[in-house]
Design a protein around this ligand. Structure first.
Ligand code: NAD
Length: 468
């Protein structure tokens, strides 16, 4: 079995202790990952701080390193896609998109430079405003996009002049560890490290005295714990948290076309996407037709092992998540929701759950108010568009939202009324290069992506010089 290594101070690192990683399509162990020790964590942080002093001052070196890392990664996208599917479950084509997206992110951030503004520059005074890198960054990733999220954080940190320590989820550490192995030689020792372990390692990395910024993507619950720990040392935080994105459908849509769009954006990656569509508000007039169209697509979707080329929807990534989805669907049915498609785990090994569509909800069920993070879509009828917007906004979440309409201009007037960091019209989860992503309310603090994301890894420094 291949032995995955951590990357510490530019070198491979193993441990005596390790933990098993399962294939969610079978439930069987496929590999083990090193359990990083406290001494190794301290070595990692010392190397990150040691490298920071030169790394922060050398933008050309950082750019060259990111470009080299992108080329190295590019040569391994097929291998990484296979690892992602094996540990996370998504279909191979989606894993390949994820690996290619990671390459694009490295290339994109290589081109970014920190801005510099001149407020005054005359014979008396020169005032310039700079952005300075914060220092060693703890980059903590979840299990739904094991490579893409880690690579985006690494690329942003390096472009800003920070050094970075990446910690993947214990459910999906393998692609990230392999990523570290592949790009290790592109960076000076200590600029980029990858360590693996459980939640406790994440907590120790956040609390470590040398960590200056915590860039975290994961659940709201963990995000709150991290914010509390960061407060004790006034560390900077950048939190990308959960979502419960609403899709508001207007009465002028082409139903089959919109059903295709809603389905694709709710069920990709088995619904385990922070900004997947997680609830649909549909006008009464077309409600039943839309529900039936969504249910047809759910029944027709080919569920299976992501390594099978015919598979459209893979398993959930872990048993805990499947249990949560099961609990939320059962709760909805118990309080009166109608199961139109799916609603159970198929009788096979692995953590599968049938694509599920729920109707007849009043909007107060847990499946509507909480984040299901799985292959389940509740559809809620509305009478008045004002009510639909109010109900979409009546949430602690504020990551994404979308409006679906035959009249894009009408959609564009509704979009700003939705309380979310990104609002799409006639699509969802659409991104162009450099597009920022941020959460309102409980969905996050700070911004990822583009020049806005870069600034989050920096502090502002004004230099005011009185000329002689
Ligand atoms: P999680 O919060 O359980 O774990 C995320 C990471 O944090 C893991 O690496 C874990 O080991 C680590 N961790 C756990 N406890 C910690 C602690 N006390 N201190 C430091 N680190 C700790 O999240 P998850 O279940 O892996 O991911 C699913 C969640 O992530 C969903 O809510 C989803 O919406 C969210 N997510 C958000 C975005 C976004 O951009 N907003 C993107 C992807 C996923």
């Amino acid at each position: 079995m291949y032995e995955f290594t951590m990357t510490i101070a530019g070198s491979p690192a193993t441990t005596v202790e390790s933990f098993e990683v399962d294939n969610p399509a079978t439930g069987a162990a496929i590999a083990s990952a090193p359990e990083c020790t406290i001494d190794q964590l301290n070595d990692t942080m010392d190397a990150a701080l040691g490298c920071f002093e030169t790394w922060r001052k050398d933008q050309p070196a950082r750019r060259a390193a990111l470009e080299r890392a992108a080329s190295l990664l590019d040569a391994h996208v097929d291998e990484l896609a296979e690892i992602i599917t094996a540990e996370q479950g998504k279909p191979l084509s989606e894993s390949l998109d994820e690996a290619r997206g990671a390459v694009s992110d490295l290339r994109y951030f290589a081109t970014l430079q920190l801005p510099e503004d001149t407020l005054q520059n005359d014979t008396e005074v020169s005032v310039r405003v700079h952005r300075r890198p914060l220092g060693p960054v703890a980059a903590i990733a979840p299990w739904n996009y094991p490579l893409a999220i880690a690579a985006a954080k690494l690329a942003t940190a390096c472009a800003a002049g920070c050094t970075v320590v990446v910690k993947p989820s214990p459910y999906t550490p393998l692609a990230c560890l392999r990523f570290g192995e592949i790009v290790r030689d592109a960076f000076p020792a200590g600029a980029v490290s990858v360590i693996s372990g459980g939640d406790r390692l994440g907590a120790m990395l956040c609390a470590h005295p040398l960590t200056r910024l915590i860039s975290f993507t994961g659940s709201i619950e963990t995000g709150k714990q991290i914010a509390a720990v960061a407060a004790l040392d006034l560390k900077r935080i950048e939190l990308e948290l959960g979502g419960n994105d609403a899709a508001v459908v207007l009465d002028d849509v082409d139903i089959p076309r919109v059903a295709d769009g809603l389905f694709a954006n709710a069920f990709a990656n088995c619904g385990q996407v922070c900004d997947a569509i997680k609830r649909v508000y549909a006008p009464e007039r077309i409600y039943h037709e839309l529900v039936d169209a969504l249910a047809d697509r759910a029944r027709a979707a080919r569920v299976g092992d992501g390594s099978d080329a015919h598979t459209e929807i893979g398993p959930l990534t872990n048993e805990q998540q499947r249990n949560r989805v099961t609990e939320l669907v059962n709760d909805a049915v118990r309080v009166g929701a109608r199961l139109v498609a799916g609603g159970r785990s198929p009788d096979r090994p692995g953590y599968f759950y049938e694509p599920t569509v729920l109707a007849g909800l009043d909007g107060h069920e847990r499946i509507v108010t909480e984040e299901q993070f799985g292959p389940v879509l509740p559809v809620i009828a509305y009478h008045d568009i004002g009510d639909a917007i109010r109900n979409a906004n009546d949430s602690r979440f504020g990551l994404g939202a979308s409006v679906w309409t035959g009249d894009a201009e009408r959609g564009a007037t509704i979009a700003p009324q939705l309380e979310a960091g990104t609002v799409w019209v006639n699509t969802h989860q659409g991104y162009v290069t450099g597009q920022p992503s941020s959460g309102m309310k409980w969905s996050g603090i700070g911004t990822e992506g583009g020049p806005w994301g870069l600034l989050g890894f920096t502090a502002t420094q004004a230099i005011h010089v009185v000329l002689n």
